[in-house]
Design a protein around this ligand. Sequence first.
Ligand SMILES: [Fe+2]
Length: 283
Amino acid sequence: MSYFHRHNHPYRRKVNKEPVLKAPESAEIERASEEIFFCGDPHGYFDHILKAAQEHRPKAMVILGDLQPPAPLHEVLEDILSFVDVWWIPGNHDTDNDYFYDRLWRSELASHNLHGRVALVNGLRIAGLGGVFRGQIWMPPLSPNYTSAGSFIRRIGRGNMWRGGLPRRHRTSIFPSTYDNLLTQKADVLVTHEAPGCHRKGFLAVDQLAKNLEVKYIFHGHQHEDRHYPSYFGFTPRGVGYRGIVTLKGDDVVPAQIDPREVEAYEEKPPMSWSSMPLKRLG
Ligand SMILES: [Fe+2]
């Protein structure tokens, strides 16, 4: 039984139908394959994105969350915006403080946030699901605690609101209402921060969304792992690593860097010294 049917809870409400974007010809997908780049979590560093844009001149770039820009996003990317169409989805760390939030949601690129919608990017329909699943709201496959931002706000009351609405942290939480709205649409590519079910920390809910959208490709960030996965359900997932950049076909433009969390973990474990090695008893 499909994820959708197993979890067809009564909370599902009628959603507003978005206008259906026309599917591109396969030749158009082929043409676009070298012209759209997907960028793994930048975490405050954008030099490689600027350099790749200058060198390869892609038509569009999509950033897969955890941008944490050091200045408003349009200022950070100022040198390339005249020739590259830059789109983004938020990651969980993009609501860590007011600065990161404002540099994205109040930047001139705020309208290029793909979360919860499908947009035409260089001729391809790209659907976005930014943020993460959080247990307080919804941790699939469990039933959600809240179906929408509105229902959560009504419960927490005025005192816990942020800027008159949803607490900042939950502005990067995935609500069922956003997910359900996407389920009714069609796209060629799905970009997510969370990984699909083929990753050990991924979610089948992402696969189900990709299936409903009838996409051919999924690109995800968050796990900081450069991963090629086999195709299934008609789509090919690709995990884009920490500060890596890949094409639509999944080829590396900029190889991913090692996740600093892994470096730290490695450095905490010093190499085994001779004195601590078990010695073989002789004689
Ligand atoms: Fe990240």
